[in-house]
Design a protein around this ligand. Structure first.
Ligand SMILES: *Cc1c(COP(=O)(O)O)cnc(C)c1O
Length: 350
């Protein structure tokens, strides 16, 4: 809980726990950009190992992980095949175009998950007047498309189709560990079909800052060039990496709890007048609620909720997006569901 309300707006709203703060305080540090920060080096080795990759690099944000992966994999004019709701397309300030000069070739996935057939259909043939299809990007979990978990078999099939056609595969793994918690499939298996993959430390893992991008040693060497160019090379970043190491020890297993809490939240809202929600589609820590039948737009509904002590953001005109995380307990999630239901009932009976 942050501030005076139950905050389901985002899993970025977590504050470092006492244990994490202690790890930060005790961090061994050095000059990160010279490769002399032991905590950063440990974090990178650990994430590379978890994801089954040769190497990894610590970056200030998940967005920079995406940006750098795109900059390394693509040349200006290339096309990236990805879902229409992908964070890279919708929520990164146009970085793919502004920084890399690449263009999106969006596909309409099934709640963010697309098929190998869709990939193949989106690939432009090799012709002088066509954009070069270069990269396929998979978002695990598919955030704005519904918190959907990409099944391992689909990741593998999409990876195979892409590679067969000479394309590379990137995974925006901002919530990869939520998917791992949901399915029991390993982060390594999810990453195996991908040429690059990253995890976010500042979402469900509960760290204040950071993402870790992994791939081949050559890929990471090139990524370092862009890290410097973009101003992402740091100094005593071990105080941040220590939080990441702490999170990998203490906050990975518990993501299953967030997934369960969000499903519970959705279940409690089934049948509430004015609210449309499908608990079966709540596969991870994200749920969407359609509140249009209450007569209020999502943004106005969201404001009313804040006045009642619950923060849930409006994602679209009709829909709210709620996320469970480390800083909200099961009881608070249940309490939030009651408050949402109470507001909806009031609105509908007006
Ligand atoms: C949050 C998020 C990002 C960006 O991560 P930051 O650490 O906030 O920069 C990228 N992709 C997805 C799917 C996200 O949810």
């Amino acid at each position: 809980m942050s501030g005076d309300f139950i905050d389901l707006q985002s899993d970025t709203q977590t504050r470092p726990t006492d244990g994490m703060r202690e790890a930060i305080a005790n961090a061994e540090v050095g000059d990160e950009q010279r490769g002399e920060d032991p905590s950063v080096n440990r974090l990178c080795a650990r994430v590379a190992d978890l994801l089954g990759k040769e190497a990894a690099v610590f970056l200030p944000s998940g967005c920079m992980c995406n940006n750098i992966a795109i900059l390394v994999h693509c040349r200006a004019g290339d096309a990236i095949i990805l879902d229409q709701y992908a964070h890279i397309v919708t929520t990164e300030a146009g970085a793919m175009a502004a920084l890399a000069g690449v263009m999106p070739a969006t596909v309409a996935g099934e709640r963010g998950v697309f098929s190998p057939e869709q990939v193949v259909a989106a690939i432009r043939p090799k012709k002088r007047n066509l954009p070069r299809s270069r990269l396929v990007s998979i978002e695990q979990t598919a955030n704005l498309a519904g918190g959907t978990v990409w099944p391992l078999a689909t990741v593998e099939a999409v990876g195979e189709a892409a590679h067969e056609h000479g394309l590379l595969v990137h995974m925006d793994g901002a919530r990869l560990f939520n998917a791992v918690a949901a399915t029991g499939d390993s982060a390594k298996d999810y990453s195996a079909p991908c040429d690059s993959v990253w995890i976010d430390l500042s979402k469900g893992l509960g760290c204040p800052v950071g993402g870790v991008l992994a791939g081949t040693a050559d890929f990471i060497e090139e990524a370092w060039l862009w890290k410097h160019r973009l101003g992402g090379a740091m100094r005593q970043a071990g105080i941040l990496a220590a939080a990441g190491l702490y999170a990998l020890d203490h906050h990975v297993e518990r993501l299953a709890e967030d997934n369960r809490n969000m499903r519970l939240f959705a279940e409690k809202l089934v049948g509430v007048p004015g609210i449309a929600v499908e608990p079966d589609t709540v596969e991870s820590n994200i749920a969407f609620l359609d509140v249009s039948a209450t007569g209020l737009a999502a943004a106005a509904f969201s404001e009313e909720l804040v006045a009642r002590g619950v923060r849930i953001g409006a994602q679209e005109p009709d829909r709210l997006r709620a996320l469970a995380h480390l800083d909200v307990t099961r009881d608070q999630v249940l309490q939030a569901a009651q408050i949402v239901a109470g507001l909806a009932r009031e609105l509908v009976s007006r």
